[in-house]
Design a protein around this ligand. Structure first.
Ligand SMILES: [Zn+2]
Length: 420
């Protein structure tokens, strides 16, 4: 088999396409393959698919392909343009690579696979591509995926915020509880950030939303109340975020008490920070005795801890009425504890209680976001070098969007022999 035929096979070229010549450039460790077509041919209009005669040829396109052994491989072709009576003069679609790509479909898929595992700069070193070529490939993959995705609002929504790299810039993530995907990424964590997601849909479409889990964050609450019909019964504040307020209160009480003890020359609470942060069942065996001793020592932190632990029962109720009854008693206890951090946290929780008690019906937390966190941490690890927030957003869609990212060559033949 001669080398031209060999490359025709590798590239799966079909008549009337053929390989005109192959050049080996040892100095630059590359192979250039020049593809041409026989004549006379007709070509398919990219808009309507009708076969028309050739008008002329566009300038040479060069597609990078999978390497031939150690040699980078490039395919050169001048694509015909057709004159369609309906659509005017158009360049035909190529079986080799997409309209805005300098890569063949096969090579582009390979870069996408690498991007799922490595950072842009690693791919750029491994595949000898420029950083912009890699980010362009990921951008095209995400745009392709988003355009293929059916456009409807998520029925069970989880909203979360994530900080972007260093500093305190945030992204708002809208996630799908059922698919475990990130559906939307918006700049910032303001009311407008979340509204940007809701605004994509008509009012009647938004009726299908059955639950929205989120942190007790006023801008997200406001956006949801404004856009989602019946939001008052559908918002559920994340259980772990609510408990975090109490755990932080316990920690504040410990710090203050430890300081007092320290001034009095006692180190009773020294090194006990984590004992008070753990839930009862998570206290390690070897510290249980120590913890019991402290609990019997009539400490402020011990009372704060008991109040915090008790609040966890709230999420055990299946009846809203019982949950309300329980909370009323708990709130009385917490606000009469004479522990300021506990009282403050209890008030914050009470102010948001109407959408904490909704848990009794919906029984859902933001756990889907926790599941996505490992993927997002990966995105952040690869992030050194995203260069912009826009690239970071692309990366979140790329890794967490559940999108169909793969390039697909046009279906059917694009050129054929002209009828005699
Ligand atoms: Zn046409």
């Amino acid at each position: 088999m001669n080398i031209d035929k060999f490359y025709e096979k590798l590239l799966k070229l079909e008549d009337p396409w053929y390989v005109d010549k192959v050049e080996l450039n040892e100095k630059e460790t590359k192979v250039d393959v020049f593809v041409k077509h026989h004549t006379p041919i007709q070509a398919a209009c990219p808009e309507c698919g009708d076969f028309k005669s050739i008008y002329d040829h566009g300038p040479e396109r060069i597609f990078q392909h999978l390497s031939t052994c150690q040699m980078q491989t490039f395919v050169h072709v001048r694509l015909p343009r057709v004159n369609c009576d309906k659509h005017g003069i158009k360049q035909i679609l190529s079986d080799l690579g997409g309209p805005n790509s300098h890569m063949t479909y096969a090579f582009e898929s390979h870069v996408i696979k690498m991007a799922q595992e490595c950072s842009y700069s690693a791919i750029s070193r491994l595949a000898l591509l420029s950083w912009d070529e890699v980010s362009g490939c990921v951008k095209r993959a995400v745009e392709r995926g988003l355009s293929r995705k059916p456009k409807h609002i998520t029925e069970r929504i989880a909203v979360d915020e994530k900080s972007f790299a260093k500093g305190h810039k945030y992204e708002t993530l809208v996630c799908d509880h059922d698919k475990g995907t990130v559906e939307f990424v918006a700049d910032g964590n303001s009311q407008e950030s979340l509204e940007a997601y809701y605004k994509q849909f008509e009012q009647h479409e938004k009726k299908i939303v059955s639950v929205i889990t989120m942190d007790m964050w006023d801008p997200f609450i406001a956006a949801t109340r404004l856009h989602i019909p019946g939001a008052a019964q559908k918002i559920v504040f994340d259980r772990f975020h609510v408990m975090k307020h109490m755990t932080e209160a316990v920690d504040k009480v410990r710090k203050e008490e430890n300081q007092r003890f320290h001034e009095e020359g006692s180190d009773l609470l020294k090194g006990t920070k984590y004992l008070w942060l753990w839930n009862q069942e998570n206290i390690p065996e070897w510290r249980k005795q120590e913890f019991e001793r402290l609990q019997n020592a009539d400490l402020d932190v011990s009372r704060a801890w008991a109040i915090k632990e008790n609040l966890r029962h709230l999420w055990g109720y299946f009846s809203e009425a019982w949950a309300r009854r329980f909370f009323k008693q708990w709130y009385f206890w917490a606000t009469h504890s004479r522990l300021k951090p506990v009282k403050d946290a209890a008030r914050t929780i009470k102010n948001h209680f109407e959408n904490i008690v909704t848990y009794a019906h919906h029984r859902i937390t933001n756990a889907v976001v926790e599941g996505l966190n490992s993927k997002i941490e990966k995105v952040k690890r690869l992030a050194c070098g995203y260069r912009s927030r826009n690239n970071y957003r692309m990366a979140i869609y790329f890794h967490c969007g559940g999108l169909d990212l793969w390039p697909s060559p046009p279906s059917g033949r694009q050129i054929r022999w002209a009828p005699a």
